[in-house]
Ligand binder design. Structure first.
Ligand code: NAD
Ligand code: MN
Length: 364
């Protein structure tokens, strides 16, 4: 029996609702599994912690995470605290502190979901966006001087290193190679950003030589948005810088139905540290505390977490539960046009898992 050490960090807003829901699903799996168990440790970091201690997380907080097998995260963002403080104090502290440089965001239109992007008929839409997660436009380099004076200056310097570009582009090529279509689109903006993005393009062309079986092309980021809407089936794996992919992946989530369904993995491909899994959405101030949050994005993230741990059958089962719920309008939350609650969807997922596991070899 393998026991995985899992950190849960609900954070703020609906993170406090969807992470406990994800944990329930994992507990349902563990209850029937004869091969693995989970040892959870819950961390109360976020806006409430900040109000007490003046920090989103303890100074040495990462020490408590390093020996975990994986982290399940909710959201950082509090209505009463500036967004750059909550984001940098918690989510980016963890992602950068443990060099989780690959942010992986799959998008599919699940059966039963009324997605704006219905043009992609025939084949199921199946994209994975790989977002550079350690530098670029969110490097944190910059500053403000002469605050409040007319001569005030503020900069956010986009930092692209050759090493950073190489490792994320290589990761994306490898991922594309492992997927059926072996198709990669490298998103760029080397017409306007004439230094860093030109190097980015050069690195892509160099790395491509190591993957002769992967078909790849280059697309400017603005044209990429139009292509996602107009020719969605021409895309499969996509790699982009931190900001570009941040925007493209929210667009992808919305096109596929709802921000409430989309998952994210913050991966350290070298496995020096735990990787962190989270729904793509934020704190959702408008619905927090009401039990209306869609937990499917968190469940899908749990599936990615299990995949990362090598528990492929369990990962598949959680994804089956997500698809089962998506196909049942009675289990749609408000963001999908339904009236189901977080608790009802969670109970349905746990029930599906329990029934399947009682019947399957996973429990054997
Ligand atoms: P958001 O994702 O919180 O909400 C956008 C809209 O989508 C809202 O109308 C919300 O109700 C809806 N929505 C999102 N998730 C949903 C779910 N699971 N079920 C149903 N509806 C859902 O984005 P925002 O409003 O831009 O940001 C709010 C706060 O969250 C900000 O403080 C922001 O910085 C933070 N944020 C954090 C993260 C993160 O920690 N990874 C990501 C995005 C935003
Ligand atoms: Mn985002």
């Amino acid at each position: 029996m393998k026991t995985y050490r899992i950190a849960t960090i609900p954070g703020d807003g609906i993170g406090k609702e969807v992470v406990p829901a994800g944990k329930e699903v994992m507990q349902a799996l563990a209850k029937y599994s004869k091969s693995f168990a989970f040892d959870f440790e819950d961390f109360d970091w976020g806006g409430d912690y900040y109000r007490k201690h003046g920090l989103m997380a303890p100074v040495d907080g990462l020490d408590a995470l390093r020996d975990k097998d994986a982290i399940l995260f909710g959201s950082a963002g509090d209505p009463d605290i500036a967004d750059h403080i909550t984001l940098w104090g918690l989510r980016l502290k963890i992602c950068q502190g443990m060099d989780m440089y690959a942010n992986v965001r799959p998008t599919r239109i699940l059966a039963g979901i009324d997605a704006p992007l219905k043009r992609c008929t025939g084949k199921d839409l199946d994209w994975v966006i790989v977002r550079e997660n350690s530098e670029g436009e969110y490097s944190g380099v910059g500053g403000r001087v002469h605050q409040g004076f007319p001569i005030e200056v503020a900069t956010d310097v986009s930092v692209i290193t050759r090493a950073g570009a190489e490792r994320i582009i290589r990761y994306a090529f490898k991922l594309a190679q492992a997927r059926p279509r072996k198709l990669l689109t490298v998103v760029t903006k080397s017409n306007a950003q004439r230094h860093a993005m030109v190097m980015w393009d050069e690195v892509a062309a160099e790395v491509a030589k190591d993957f002769p079986d992967v078909t790849w092309d280059k697309e400017l980021v603005d044209a990429a948005t139009a292509r996602m809407v107009g020719r969605p089936a021409s895309l499969d794996t996509i790699v982009a810088t931190n900001l570009h992919a941040d925007i493209l992946s929210d667009l992808a989530a919305a096109l596929a139905g709802s921000l409430g369904i989309a998952p994210t993995a913050n991966i350290d491909p070298e496995r020096r540290f735990p990787s962190m899994f989270e729904p793509i959405h934020g704190s959702a101030f408008d619905i927090m505390g009401k039990g209306l949050a869609n937990p499917l994005g968190t469940f899908w993230s749990v599936s990615m977490l299990l995949e990362h741990l090598g528990e492929h059958d369990a990962a598949r089962l959680v994804m089956d539960a997500v698809e089962e719920i998506a196909s049942n309008p009675h289990l749609h939350t408000r963001d999908l046009g339904g009236s189901a609650t977080t608790a009802q969807v969670t109970a349905a997922a746990c029930d599906f898992i329990a029934k399947s596991m009682q019947a399957s070899e996973l429990a054997a």
